[in-house]
Ligand binder design. Structure first.
Ligand code: SF4
Ligand code: SF4
Length: 372
């Protein structure tokens, strides 16, 4: 296992970190395929990862991630609290709610959290989160009181992560990306403001679907070629831990010919190579989710393009259900739109309105078929 600096926190974190969703028990609609191990088994899996060098374990407040926080706290007590770094989070955006949530998390953990994130910050809650006595202020108060060591925000949105990168009150960022959905990573790599913050990357396997198409080694090596601190992988069995962490660092290094200025000499396949490989199974939309496009009517273009690709990558029911919620409205807007400024910044020259109609047709056919 190799280690990287977590921004300027002074912490050194393992390049591969442990996401605790798969070791939770409870009625939690976070992911459909968690393993629900009992406490002893869950602790055994975390211990296995620890022995392979993992020192960063990420969780969320009960019941958001079921009982994962409690299991992680028991594991920390068993292994020795100071030997691992705990990152925790909750979805509270007002300061007083966040303050109480952190106290509750610490009680569940039976210890402090090294990093505490405001979870799922988006356009609807960012001004409360960053505003006067919002969640960020509360985390700073808790940091000053010694109840947590570092503050963070977690978001799937580039503009919000950039806002976090500019904010002196925030130490660590958590965002999402993988070899297919790498647009945010590409933008971050070019933006020096991110260099001062720790960055934990989630969704490296894209909700578990990419390992059916790419070797885990390729997925990890690809994201570790970006200037992130750690790749967070949800792990629910010892075999999954071995797959993610048992890889010798040398085996992920690229050949001399492949080397450029990528950190640690890890290899990043070109986006076109990723799309070409997927084209063997379906016609993917070549959207890397860079989030440069803006719809004047508020359609979240990168999200509906993701649902389309995920539909063919194995999340068909989930993707269809989500698309069915708003695709007709989005397609109607596109039909009458004369603005079309959404396309001006797309690095892959995607014909966005045309693609939206294509997605609408897919949903119509499949919803109709499911009724028949
Ligand atoms: S073409 Fe469609 S997605 Fe683009 S701005 Fe117009 S309505 Fe929005
Ligand atoms: S459609 Fe183009 S601009 Fe929009 S997120 Fe995808 S790649 Fe980026």
């Amino acid at each position: 296992m190799k280690y990287r600096n977590l921004g300027v926190t002074g912490l050194r974190v393992s390049e591969i970190s442990f996401g605790t969703i798969p070791i939770l028990s409870g009625n939690v609609p976070v992911l459909p395929d968690y393993f629900s191990p009992d406490e002893e088994t869950a602790i055994g899996i975390m211990e296995h990862a620890f022995k392979l060098g993992c020192n960063l374990f990420d969780t969320a407040i009960v019941p958001e991630y079921g009982d994962a926080e409690i299991k992680l706290g028991r594991f920390a007590a068993k292994i020795g609290r100071e030997k691992i770094i705990i990152s925790d989070k909750s979805r509270f955006f007002h300061g007083d709610q966040m303050y109480n949530a952190v106290l509750e998390s610490c009680e569940n953990l039976g210890t402090y959290a090294d990093i505490y994130f405001v979870h799922q910050v988006d356009e609807g809650n960012e001004d409360i989160t960053f505003g006067k006595y919002g969640a960020v202020d509360a985390l700073n108060e808790l940091k000053a009181e010694g109840k947590i060591k570092f503050t963070g925000i977690a978001s799937h949105y580039y503009d919000i992560l950039l806002r976090g990168a500019k904010d002196k009150r925030i130490d660590v960022l958590q965002g999402s990306g993988n070899l297919l959905e790498r647009g945010m990573l590409d933008r971050m790599e070019r933006e020096p403001l991110f260099r001062h913050k720790g960055f934990i990357l989630n969704k490296v396997y894209a909700a578990g679907i990419l390992p059916s198409f790419f070797p885990v080694k390729t997925l990890l090596s690809g994201v570790l070629s970006y200037p992130i601190s750690s790749a967070l992988i949800g792990l629910g069995t010892n075999e999954q831990v071995d797959e993610a962490m048992g890889i010798e660092p040398g085996s992920m290094a690229c050949s001399e010919a492949e080397r450029n200025d990528q950190p640690q000499n890890y290899h990043r396949p070109a986006f076109s190579e990723v799309i070409e490989l997927l084209e063997k199974s379906f016609m993917p939309i070549p959207c890397d989710r860079c989030q440069r496009c803006r719809c004047i009517y508020g359609t979240e273009i990168h999200i509906i393009f993701r649902q389309y690709n995920y539909y063919f990558l194995g999340k068909d029911y989930w993707a269809l259900r989500k698309l069915d919620l708003g695709i007709n409205e989005s397609a109607a807007y596109c039909k009458k739109c004369t603005d079309m400024s959404c396309m001006s910044k797309c690095p892959h020259a995607i014909n966005i309105p045309e693609t939206v109609q294509r997605i609408k047709q897919l949903v119509e056919i499949h919803v109709r078929n499911s009724i028949i």
